[in-house]
Design a protein. Structure first.
Length: 182
């Protein structure tokens, strides 16, 4: 007579517990991927500003004045920022748009706040700044127009040559989104 314990482990295939463990493991891998490695590269579109980010924009030094007044603003990376992805042509297009009187009346032009190492020593206030800037960059991608009135952004993941050529006209076309042109 064979040992009943030996027969139990000679079976081929997975049992219910093993299948459940594999399924849970697969779900965890997918969740971890989206939490830490996935980057949204949608070329452009609209995104709603989440409530926590809305609160940050209302109180942040660099953004609160325009945001609380309801003025739309263009956000992009600072020249000195190590994450700055823009070409010279893009920088020139932004500078040209800033000089355009119609556009400068509708929009403020702002760079993302560059955080220095001292922000780490500011305790909870510094932590809130870091989280706020990270959330803003996540919603904004690489370049965006913030509309406080609609609590939304129009974003570009990475402005391409065609976007650079038509930056000023695209900013004017956002009139229906809240800007008023004469």
């Amino acid at each position: 007579m064979a040992n009943k314990y030996v027969e139990k482990y000679n079976k081929t295939g997975l049992g219910k517990k093993e299948k459940l463990a594999v399924a849970i493991g697969a779900v965890m891998v997918v969740i971890l991927y989206f939490m830490f490695f996935h980057k949204d590269t949608t070329p452009y579109g609209y995104a709603v500003i989440p409530d926590k980010l809305h609160e940050y924009l209302q109180s942040a030094d660099n953004y609160s004045k325009d945001y609380n007044e309801g003025k739309m603003f263009v956000l992009y990376y600072n020249e000195r920022d190590k994450e700055n992805p823009y070409s010279k042509a893009f920088k020139d297009a932004v500078a040209s748009a800033q000089r355009n009187k119609k556009i400068s009346e509708l929009y403020s032009f702002k760079t993302f706040t560059m955080l220095n190492n001292n922000v780490l020593f500011d305790g909870k206030e510094g932590e809130a700044k870091i989280k706020g800037e990270d959330a803003l960059k996540k919603v904004c991608r690489k370049f965006c127009i913030v509309n406080p009135g609609r609590k939304a952004v129009y974003f570009y993941y990475m402005p391409k040559t065609r976007d650079i050529q038509y930056l000023e006209s695209n900013l004017e076309k956002l009139e229906y989104w809240g800007a008023k042109l004469d």
